[in-house]
Structure formats: C-alpha cells, structure tokens
Design a protein around this ligand. Sequence first.
Ligand SMILES: [Ca+2]
Ligand SMILES: [Ca+2]
Length: 211
Amino acid sequence: MSYYTVSKRTIIALALLLLSTLTATNALAQNRRASLVVGEEATQECNVSGKVLLQTRTDNNHGRIKVTFKHNQSEYIVYTNRAGYYEIPLKTRNYDISAEKTMYLRSDTLGFHVNCPQGDPVRVLTTTLRSGDSVDNGIIDLDDLNFITAELGTECHFLVFEPLADVNVDCKINILDLALVGGNFDLSEPTPWQSPLTSPALSLRAESDSE
Ligand SMILES: [Ca+2]
Ligand SMILES: [Ca+2]
C-alpha cells in the first residue's frame, strides 16, 4: 500500500513537472517565433528599380531625373542615370513616389506597396514625364507658348539661345516645340504614374545592357 502511494505521488509529481516544462518550452518557442517575425519585417529590403522617360526625348540622354520615395516623414531620393534608369534599396513599406525634372510635369503615384519577395528582389516602375513646361511652374499654358514664341527661329549655335524653350531638345526652337506644348496644353502636375509593372530583375538589366 505504501509502495503504491509513493509511486502514485511520484507519477503525479513527474506529470506536473513534465507539464510545466512543456508549457515553458512552448511559451519560449512562441516568443522566439514572434521576435523572428518582427525582426524579419524590420529588415526586409530589396532593390527597387525602373526607368523614367522624358516625352519627346529619343536620344537616350535623359539627363539625371530625381525620383523620390516617401514613407511618412522619411524621403529616399535617387537620381536616374543618363539613360533614365534608377535603382534604390528600400524596405517593405508603402511609398508615395515622385519623378521630376525641370521643363517637365512631375509624375506621382501614391501608396505604392513595395513588398520584397524571396528570390525576386527587383520591381520595375516606369513613367514618362510630360514635356512643355518651359516656364517651370507645374502647368502647361499660355505662358509657356509665349515664352517659346519669343525665341522662335533661334538655334543652339547662336550667341543667344534659350534652352528652356527647346522642348524637344533638338537645338532648334521652332513650330515643333510649339506643337508639343499645344499637345499638352492645360495639363498640370502631378500627372499619374504609369501602372507600376512588376518584372524580374533580368528583364530590366537586359533592356539596360542593350542600350
Ligand atoms: Ca508652365
Ligand atoms: Ca526644338
């Protein structure tokens, strides 16, 4: 009888000890999983890349275009290379994106979600900036037409030449520049960003290398 009692107590004690050990282990594992998830979200980062085109420019010399990714009060700025390509490391977040350059209307897209996936780290974001804002005030209107009209007939080898009036950057200020302003007349910034495209990194790099 005594042997049975001791054994029963021992079994109960062992069971309680085992239960508390399992509970503690499970809690520890849960805490570890939680901290891993938080840590992963905080450090997920990938290269976001794309191209900004300038309307009417076909010479592959787009100059450096400013692209800004904004998240809350933080701004992440990158400049394109002269062919219009950019690449910037960003974390998984929502961003308001702007592309801007003098003489062109700014292009915006709001709340774009950058989600850095495993094994496919690059997203391709492309837009085209509208030309004709020679009087650089964010709207294409009569002021721009008058500004260009005053420079008609001049070419860039003249002693006096106003590059801001040369909308298509062909070294001549003529009817083509006026026509481009006419085509965008009354547009104002921001113009919408083109639908963001998602594509593997290889597509962008292949396109870039071919130019
Ligand atoms: Ca203007
Ligand atoms: Ca021109």
